[in-house]
Design a protein. Sequence first.
Lengths: 114, 108
Amino acid sequence: ETGVTQSPTHLIKTRGQQVTLRCSSQSGHNTVSWYQQALGQGPQFIFQYYREEENGRGNFPPRFSGLQFPNYSSELNVNALELDDSALYLCASSSGSSGANVLTFGAGSRLTVL
Amino acid sequence: QKEVEQDPGPLSVPEGAIVSLNCTYSNSAFQYFMWYRQYSRKGPELLMYTYSSGNKEDGRFTAQVDKSSKYISLFIRDSQPSDSATYLCAMSLQKLVFGQGTRLTINP
């Protein structure tokens, strides 16, 4: 059973650029959630995808967008990057969209915006 | 006021000590309570998952939930250097809400 894999592991961008982060969910999981973890902080919920539809969104602007594909993998896109977007972006998968479902996290993609 | 408050530490204790980690929360609607452990450069991994008030034990770890006080705790007995990590409390309705995380170091 493979876990959650994310790519790339590290990347550096400049302000105003766009970035795409990718996530492969754990086998058997149909729900993907994305979290942003700033240095020294806990993860903050960005959004969740269930069966290719957005199924909940946190307090993030529209320049944060996502996709889920038929194989349940997912992308997080961030446009017009700002310095405060520098963070660890975590993808988590689960076998359902309920709050009772346990999330399995990937190791994250560390984004630095200069 | 944050929905979930957690003392960020850092907390440093000698090997073998009992460690107590705590979180308070403001939203009485939270139904599920979890503790995650996060090693450096890794994603969070689930340690404990509880639904109701009371205690849940798993090996050296005990999770405690007091819904009336909106307070949860994680106890680590016989702490080991390998327990050194950041511990995150998390609570759930439809999404997980995390505390800030407590950085714990166990000194040999």
